[in-house]
Design a protein around this ligand. Structure first.
Ligand SMILES: *Cc1c(COP(=O)(O)O)cnc(C)c1O
Length: 395
């Protein structure tokens, strides 16, 4: 027996739920790519994307995924032999660093704790050791989608400034942009990347890179530039040049709708919605954890992300059973643990096109699964989430 018929609900931290408005905007026949409406969509998107990153700099749109955005960012500002410092906090910054290494950079890693945010004091100390300024760029994620941590980017910028270091600050905002504040210029971020299938609520397929003044200056000297990713080539006049070839037509219609939805709701409201829904999830997990088996991966409450919560499952219980029950019996797809947390954790996404019924439904199914599978847990997690929302969302 199951109670899964009806629309399956995807609660993994990317790709995220695509709203019907975006699907509908994409559902159309092929259009001309040399003139007409599509050219206007490119122009307005390139103008508004910097507003999403909160920069007066430039934004570039690529056909690609997050890995494409990583490569695009590196290729435009680095040269072979440059040293990059990777700030470890989970899985993704390390992945970006390996890509830099494969492209010919030397990498150094500021080893982090898989359960905490990057320590700004450790960064400052490491940069003070780099007396001759060998480190050209610092790679960090704002939210690590594996560990569920949110790094404090402004604090990391202050650490760089305190050390008087001139490295470029490059931030992976893939799992955070349009889910929590990101102030590229105010925080002194030089390069930021994101892609379409997380907070932007679109299918995978587009990646975005934003570049500030200092990054654009570094671009002039960069030796890793290659034709497809090259920012200068993409500044060409022709529509075709903006994409180094055929534009991703239908994705651009989706992007236009995504930006309209985000700016229509208002970014501050988008962030507040995510913060409140994250609070509801955290309230539930805190109660479940009283059973002694489940535990937040991120130990410091203030370092937990607004977009994803990673829950450890201890005591020899297999998260796969929980995920299978949620999917097969109840039609909710939770995220698996990835990287070092494979087989030891599950993840609840609250990122992008999510609202209270989606999150409360996901929590309700998760608690149903915990009960059905006899996984010890504190009872009343969903009630705690309800109480939290009732307290936090004013009538
Ligand atoms: C999803 C994700 C990526 C990778 O994106 P892909 O589209 O899978 O290449 C990189 N960084 C973070 C923080 C992510 O959440």
């Amino acid at each position: 027996m199951t109670v899964r018929n009806g629309r399956e609900f995807l609660s993994i931290p990317g790709p995220t739920t695509v709203p019907d408005e975006i699907l509908a905007a994409m559902h159309r026949p092929a259009v001309d790519i040399y003139g007409g409406e599509l050219v206007g969509i490119t122009e307005s998107s390139l103008e508004e994307l910097p507003r999403l990153f909160r920069t007066a700099g430039r934004a570039y749109i690529y056909i690609g995924n997050g890995h494409g955005a990583w490569e695009a960012a590196l290729a435009n500002v680095l040269s072979a032999g440059d040293t990059v410092l990777v700030l470890e906090s989970g899985r993704f910054a390390a992945g970006w660093g390996l890509m830099a290494e494969a492209m010919g950079a030397g990498i150094e890693t500021l080893t982090g704790d898989q359960r905490r945010a990057v320590d700004p004091a450790a960064l400052e100390a490491r940069l003070r050791e780099d007396k001759d300024g060998r480190i050209k760029a610092i790679l960090v994620v704002q939210v690590d989608t594996a560990s569920g941590v949110a790094n404090d980017i402004p604090a990391l910028r202050r650490a760089i400034d305190a050390a008087g270091h001139g490295a470029l600050l490059m931030v992976d905002a893939i799992a955070s942009l349009a889910t929590m504040p990101f102030e590229m210029d105010e925080w002194g971020v030089d390069v930021a990347v994101t892609c379409s299938q997380k907070g932007l609520m679109m299918p995978p397929g587009l990646s975005f890179v934003a570049a500030g003044k200092k990054a654009l200056a570094a671009h002039g000297e960069a030796g890793m530039r290659s034709r497809y990713w090259d920012w200068t080539a993409r500044e060409g006049e022709l529509h075709y040049e903006k994409y180094c070839g055929t534009p991703p037509v239908h994705m651009l219609y989706g992007l236009r709708r995504s930006l309209d939805m985000l700016f229509g709701e208002g970014l501050d409201n988008v962030f507040t919605r995510h913060r409140l829904l994250a609070g509801a999830v955290q309230a539930a997990v805190a109660v479940w954890a009283e059973g002694g088996v489940l535990e937040f991966n991120i130990t410091e409450a203030s370092e937990r992300a607004s977009s994803v919560t990673t829950v450890l499952m201890n005591g020899g219980h297999d998260p796969a059973r929980l995920l299978d029950y949620c999917r097969e019996k109840c039609g909710v797809v939770l995220g698996i643990g990835i990287g070092d947390l494979g087989g030891q954790a599950f993840r609840i996404a609250h990122m992008g096109h999510v609202n209270a019924p989606m999150v409360l439904g996901t929590l309700g199914v998760t608690e149903t699964a915990l009960a059905a599978l006899d996984i010890p847990h504190g009872k009343g997690g969903v009630q705690a989430a309800i109480d939290y929302l009732a307290r936090s969302v004013a009538p």
